[in-house]
Design a binder for this molecule. Structure first.
Ligand code: KG4
Ligand code: ZN
Length: 359
């Protein structure tokens, strides 16, 4: 492979002309590995999800998740190398999601990444999971408009960021209670739809009437970038399970679809409304959205319409890169490697991150 010294002067690091980064993700219940070239082109990726195992528990059990990563990760790394038709010698750097997340889960990915990097003498890059969700918009794209306003809407986060460069972001505001994904999951649970709830609500919302249930849009009229979903979830509970929230669910199938549509419309109004407000405030004409909730078809359609109307650019990752994945980790890892932001064998994962007030 031809070697050039892209960042050599500043960092002492020699980058390959075509640089392959192995990304590893294990922050929650998805184990993932990916090989990404130049932070943009996905050569191969693989994800093993434990979501089905946790349906019976109604959520993630940290100890079980950590053990699941131990079982899945070695085979996934081998799988992406095989799929890309590459040997381990083709890897130029290793990037790993190191925070925030479940500490036992993170430890598995971080230990694997350190082992591969030390054993092969490769640069090791620690990646913030929330920043990686925003870096997912790089995948499959040549160049991005900078700055842009990013929204990370996932199971643990719903925050707005001003993004100046990959991994160079400033938090502008976000939820003061539940995250959007958490709200989707709780709404699904109270409608008897199981875990994880977001995809089920999304699917049923397409067949429902969003005007059937009157639900609040908390803080939407307020000037500012705060979000709140706790009241919305409680309002839905009282409407479908009586004034104490303890009655049995009596909605028929159409009623459940209507509840999904009404709930989703409220979440989408808040996320899209505040995201547009954030961009207007910052004088920025490009939006990016990452995190599992960015898979939501209602949110994607609404943002497409908002951006088209204003002539703004919308950066949406493919759905598989919105949910937890390792390609986004490799994408951000590449940028950090180029800047010489390297970790060493002393890298320790952190349950909390640095990208937002709740992280
Ligand atoms: O980013 P992610 O995969 O994991 C975290 O970092 O949290 O996000 C998971 C969250 C879950 O709460 C899940 O219900 C939600 O994203 N989600 C969705 C959809 N797909 C996943 N929410 C709404 N609509 C969807 N289609
Ligand atoms: Zn995530």
């Amino acid at each position: 492979m031809r070697k050039v010294t892209v960042a050599a002067r500043r960092t002492g690091v020699t980058l390959a002309a075509v640089a392959v980064v192995l990304g590893i993700e294990s922050s929650c219940d998805e184990t993932a590995a990916a090989l990404v070239e130049d932070g943009r082109r996905v050569l191969a990726e693989a994800v093993a999800s434990q979501a089905d195992d946790f349906a019976a528990w109604g959520g993630v059990v940290p100890e079980i998740a950590a053990r699941g990563h131990v079982l899945a990760l070695p085979a996934l790394v081998q799988q992406v190398l095989d799929r890309a038709g590459l040997g381990v010698a083709a890897i130029d750097a290793v990037a790993v999601g190191a925070w925030p997340g479940l500490i036992g889960s993170l430890l598995v990915g971080v230990t694997a990444a350190k082992t591969i990097a030390v054993r092969r003498g490769l640069p090791l890059v620690a990646v913030d999971h929330i920043q990686a969700h925003l870096a997912a918009v790089q995948l499959g794209r040549d160049g991005l408009p900078w700055p842009h306003i990013g929204l990370v809407a996932s199971g643990g986060h719903s925050h707005f960021y001003r993004c100046e460069a990959p991994g160079r972001i400033t938090c502008l505001g976000g939820t003061i209670d539940d995250a959007a994904g958490e709200a989707f999951d709780k709404a699904a649970a109270l409608l008897g739809l199981g875990y994880p709830g977001g995809p089920a609500v999304d699917r049923l919302a397409a067949q429902g009437d969003p005007r059937r249930f009157a639900l609040p849009r908390s803080l939407l009229a307020e000037d500012g970038l705060r979000l709140s979903f706790a009241g919305l979830k409680t309002a839905l509970l009282y409407q479908v399970r009586g004034p104490k929230g303890r009655d049995p669910l009596t909605l028929d199938a159409q009623g459940v679809a209507d509840a999904c549509a009404s709930f989703q419309a409220a979440v989408v109004d808040c996320l899209a409304g505040k995201l547009v407000q954030a961009a207007g405030r910052e004088g920025v004409r490009a939006l990016a959205v990452g995190g599992g909730v960015a898979c939501n078809r209602g949110l994607r359609a609404r943002l497409a319409a908002e951006c088209e109307r204003r002539g703004w650019e919308l950066l949406l990752p493919e759905p598989r890169h919105c949910a937890d994945n390792a390609a986004m980790v490799a994408a951000l890892g590449f940028a950090r490697w180029q800047r010489g932001e390297l970790a060493d064998a002393g890298l320790a994962p952190l349950p909390t991150g640095r990208a937002g007030p709740r992280s």
